[in-house]
Structure formats: structure tokens, C-alpha cells
Write a protein that binds this ligand. Structure first.
Ligand code: DX5
Ligand code: ZN
Length: 215
């Protein structure tokens, strides 16, 4: 069964606590938290203070997706705030392995993410050291974008490499996921589906999450 990770970027921030409770009750296991700095991506979103406040209100697995420059400066802050997973972008660091090892030293799980135009080859040698690989299926920065189907061969290739590893490595897909493409991404190896608009703009979170799980 896949894990569904609602992206709170699409939630109603005036009632964030209720929104989180609602997706947890609706069957979501992880909470996806999109961190943006206005430099690595054009948008600005959430920092460690919000993560710390969320941590006080939920036992959900907090999956922090850092779309920021120099993420190494903020790893300790997100770990102390209560993150469970910290995912960095390959394109944002000079030496990804140094930052991955830093994340693991804090006790958090570590993920590596690549943009749609970044090739699988850039992460091949990093995979054995991470707990999660995130294949972006939109250009990072905003929720509500259209799924880029061209990333499917890369997803499949990543999945084939991950399956040969001895440890559990999650394969996450993020961007434009809905009930129409959930089956396709699962068939190509994704086991953690991030969804923002599809869940939070639906009237029935339980039904939306069920559709993603059963697609
Ligand atoms: C994009 C973010 C995604 C996004 C998902 O930069 O990383 O997590 O908010 O939202 P939807 O599912 O609406 O594309
Ligand atoms: Zn994300």
C-alpha cells in the first residue's frame, strides 16, 4: 500500500491545526511540508517555527521538503523543530553526501530530490546513503501545477535501482498528483504520493486519499 503525504501548502493556513487533524483522520500517514526561500524557487513559504508548532499538535510523520539554497545552514533547526524526514535538492548543494550525512547525524531520515530536468545519473551514487528519493513531477515552487509525464522513465529507472538495495528506500513523487495519474506513478515504482491541491481542494479528504491509495 502506498503512503499518502498531503502537502500543507494547499491547506487553509487560517485553520492549519484542523486541516492537519482532518487529513490524519482521513488516512494520510505523512504530512508533506514545502519549505521555500524565494531564491532556490521563486516562492516563500514555511520555516522551522511552523514545523515546531505543527509538531506540538500531531504525531504524523513530518516530511520536510527543502527547496532552499544552502540547506546545510537550516538542517539543525528543522531537526530540532521535530522533522522526521529532511529532503534536500541535489541542485541546491555542492556536495550532497556531506549534507545527507549531516541530516542523518541529527537522527532524522534523509532524502534527496531532483527537479524534472535533472537526470537520474546525478543521484545514482547517492542512493545507497539516503532513506528517500523524491522525483519532482512539476517545477518546484508552487502547488496546483500540471503533472509532467516525461518524468515517468526516470521514476522507473530510480525504482529499479532502489529495488536492488538491501535497505528500505522510499520513492516519492511530488507535483500534480491526482486520481488520474496515481495508478501510473505507482506502476512505475512510486510508494509515497505527495498531493496538495487534489486533497485540500476536494470536499472529502477521506475519499480523495482513498482514491489515491486505490488507484
Ligand atoms: C511544489 C511542491 C509540491 C506541491 C504539491 O514545489 O513541492 O509539494 O505543493 O502540490 P500539488 O499536488 O497541488 O501539485
Ligand atoms: Zn513538495
Amino acid at each position: 500500500m502506498v503512503i499518502v503525504a498531503p502537502s500543507i501548502l494547499s491547506a487553509d493556513f487560517t485553520k492549519l491545526g484542523e486541516e492537519i487533524k482532518a487529513v490524519a483522520n482521513a488516512g494520510a500517514e505523512w504530512l508533506h511540508i514545502d519549505v521555500m526561500d524565494g531564491h532556490f524557487v521563486p516562492n516563500i513559504t514555511i520555516g522551522p517555527v511552523i514545523v515546531e508548532n505543527i509538531r506540538k499538535k500531531t504525531s504524523m510523520f513530518l516530511d520536510c521538503h527543502l527547496m532552499i539554497n544552502t540547506p546545510e545552514k537550516y538542517i539543525d533547526a528543522f531537526a530540532q523543530a521535530g522533522a522526521d524526514m529532511i529532503t534536500i535538492h541535489l541542485e541546491s548543494v555542492a556536495d550532497p553526501l556531506v549534507v545527507i550525512r549531516h541530516i542523518k547525524k541529527t537522527g532524522c531520515k534523509a532524502g534527496i530530490s531532483i527537479k524534472p530536468e535533472t537526470s537520474f545519473e546525478t543521484i545514482r551514487t547517492i542512493i545507497p546513503e539516503v532513506d528517500l528519493v523524491l522525483i519532482m513531477s512539476v517545477h518546484p515552487g508552487f502547488s496546483g501545477q500540471k503533472f509532467i509525464v516525461d518524468v515517468i522513465p526516470k521514476l522507473k529507472e530510480t525504482s529499479e535501482v532502489i529495488r536492488k538495495m538491501k535497505k528500505r528506500i522510499y520513492l516519492q513523487i511530488d507535483g500534480g498528483i491526482n486520481a488520474e495519474n496515481a495508478g501510473l506513478v505507482k506502476k512505475n515504482g512510486a510508494d509515497v504520493l505527495v498531493a496538495g491541491n487534489f486533497i485540500f481542494l476536494s470536499k472529502d479528504y477521506h475519499y480523495a486519499i482513498k482514491r489515491l491509495k486505490e488507484a
